[in-house]
Design a protein around this ligand. Sequence first.
Ligand code: PLI
Length: 462
Amino acid sequence: MAKKIAKRSWAEPFKIKVVEPIKMTTIENREKAIKNAGYNTFLLKSEDVYIDLLTDSGTNAMSDRQWSGMMIGDEAYAGSKNFYYLWKNIKKYYGMPYFVPTHQGRAAEHMISQILIKEGDYVPGNMYFTTTKLHQELAGGTFVDVIIDEAHDTASEHSFKGNIDLKKLKDLIKKVSAKKIAYVSMAGPVNMAGGQPFSMANLKAVQKLCKENKIKLWFDATRAVENAYFIKVRERGYAKKSIAEILKEMMSYFEGMWVSAKKDLMVNIGGIFATRNKKVFEAVRNMVVVYEGLHTYGGLAGRDMEAMAVGIEEMVEYDNIRARIGQIEYFGHQLDKYSVPYIKPIGGHAIFLDAKKILSHISQDNFPAQTLASEIYIDSGVRGMERGIVSAGRNSKTGKHNYPKLELVRLTFPRRVYTQAHIDVAVESIASVYQNRRKIKGLKMIYEPEYLRFFQGRFEKL
Ligand code: PLI
């Protein structure tokens, strides 16, 4: 008898017009390549990679509208028309009146940290992000993690693991006083927690607490559209609202934001600083000319700003974001068939394998997530990245390793780049490594750079 139709599938809201060939390599090639790369997937040559799930940052496929927009780049040194189009869209979609472009997210992080943080200040936030925290520390601040405990628990299925724990924030205010808090640094979805969102209810409560204590609330809005999508599908009262409406409401609670445009905006380069605080804007506008370029291009070409402006219009399209998150969900559901442990609920931009559980026989000092990422690469040429003890770096005061509770391998999806067949290949490889996990040995670190060691650190097999 013919099978009955149980459900109707969705498909990506685009078709492919240009293709970029990739090639499968042999296991011998890959063993050599990862050894030469010091068992660090960041140090592999991209031509040695088959399916690249290292990051969704700047690796996206632009649309035909974005590419054609690049042809109308106005490359004037000052006041290009692309800057004004981008500014118009930042006001319209993010609701922020003042804007300075930057070459990428960390440039905006650098300026806002230098401007708002004084030596000895505290910066509470919903879990750290590598570059964000480093800039806060370089400005003299101390980052304090005030995310809810569930975010550190890979087994918790809390719908909003990106929420701030109000009690932790209140306790910090009591302990150090509101005056010593430079600002609350909120991100969503939270990258290091597994792409986990915060709820609008939590954001409103955090904003109320900040207002009562005269503390500024700032937003790392790098993947804000993904957060808006999760609010739409998981939070009561938002199902009928558009992604654009939810984004605008989220933004209304913040004094300002920084964005790595290389994510939500589906471009290959770009960053945004924007605020409703004119004084802070003036300070950033002064500083940007020292580090990035004139305040109407901030290290970008006119054509890059055009692609960003179009990207903003495309990122809030419901079908687009649904297909994006749909790919990650598909990936997770396929992994479930092989019982591979990963962080749940499935997050926004990536699947985060639970390396602590998968390689439970390897101690954290021997870098289980770093090891797992290199084993998956050897198996199939699928490239992921470590998000564990290597990424967590050292305590800036004691110089000892930070030991994060989460030891993860992130497999991140570039937007509009890979098909379902690529996902199936990646899943089968991960399942195979998982089934042979007992044979895997850990790594030792043989080279450690001073900053952001996960980018350039080198390892050897034990
Ligand atoms: O890579 P940048 O400098 O454009 O942006 C830095 C940055 C800031 N905030 C957040 C939440 C990020 O995820 C981020 C960069 N993320 C990278 C590169 C990633 O692979 O996740």
